[in-house]
Design a protein around this ligand. Structure first.
Ligand code: ADP
Ligand code: MG
Length: 232
């Protein structure tokens, strides 16, 4: 089992690296023609009525969807060579939660945060913001109306290294055993409009931090993602 897990890890790492390189090259090239298509269809739309106009609207919406995926790929590719510094993680968590607060309220979801006044990690604030936003966003998508999400932090060792464990817990749908291995693989999604890049990006960013991301989940009970980061 251990050997297989190592093999899986190596394969995942190679997949991520190969995809990152490819994404950097291709995503950028796709964006310009896509935006031309969008622009011209919008122009045509103004000159068209009825059913044809509706079809063109669908073209515009689908182009937006491709753009969304391409943006995700570009983000994914941009994780190399990020700069790390001693930083306070609390404001990053506050901001990530603030960004989903309106959507959470709409769904009557309780968002709770509890962490020490100042806890410092070695990291890149913008990238970590992306990590925690992705995780809180996923939690929000997983919980039912009136669900609960909490973000907590406590000191934790990783081997001999001291750091912090941040837990993002939800009482949502949970994750099936068969999905656990695929979660961090690019494009794995169970959502109709998902990109499957959120967790792959989190994994890549945390790799660049010498951090870790782990998951505990029980179908129908909920999910906890645990992010470990080295202290500053
Ligand atoms: P996306 O959100 O676009 O589907 P992610 O990489 O963010 O892509 O997540 C991949 C998949 O992992 C999701 O489609 C979902 O099936 C599962 N997942 C992630 N977070 C949670 C969670 N908190 N609860 C249940 N399932 C989750
Ligand atoms: Mg997501």
């Amino acid at each position: 089992t251990q050997v297989r897990r190592l093999g899986d890890l190596v394969r995942r790492g190679q997949q991520l690296a190969a995809l990152g390189e490819m994404a950097a090259g291709v995503a950028h090239e796709i964006r310009n023609p896509l935006n031309s298509i969008r622009g011209f269809v919008e122009l045509l739309q103004e000159k068209t009525q009825g059913e044809d106009r509706r079809y063109m609207q669908i073209v515009v919406e689908e182009v937006d969807r491709i753009n969304h995926i391409v943006e995700g790929l570009l983000h994914f590719a941009r994780q190399q060579g990020i700069t790390l510094e001693g930083m306070d993680l609390a404001p990053v968590l506050v901001r990530a939660m603030a960004l989903v607060a309106a959507a959470a309220e709409k769904k009557h979801v309780r968002l709770k945060g509890a962490w020490p006044d100042a806890f410092r990690v070695t990291g890149n604030a913008a990238k970590l913001q992306q990590v925690f936003l992705n995780l809180v966003q996923n939690a929000l998508e997983a919980v039912p109306q009136g669900g609960d999400i909490s973000v907590t932090a406590s000191p934790a060792q990783d081997g001999s290294a001291s750091g912090w464990a941040v837990r993002i817990s939800d009482n949502g749908c949970g994750i099936g055993e068969e999905d656990m291995q695929k979660l961090f693989t690019p494009f794995f999604t169970r959502k109709e409009k998902g990109t499957g890049l959120g967790l792959a990006i989190c994994h890549k960013i945390l790799e660049a931090h010498a951090g870790r991301i782990e998951v505990e989940s029980q179908i129908g009970e909920g999910t906890t993602f645990i992010v470990w980061l080295p202290e500053a």
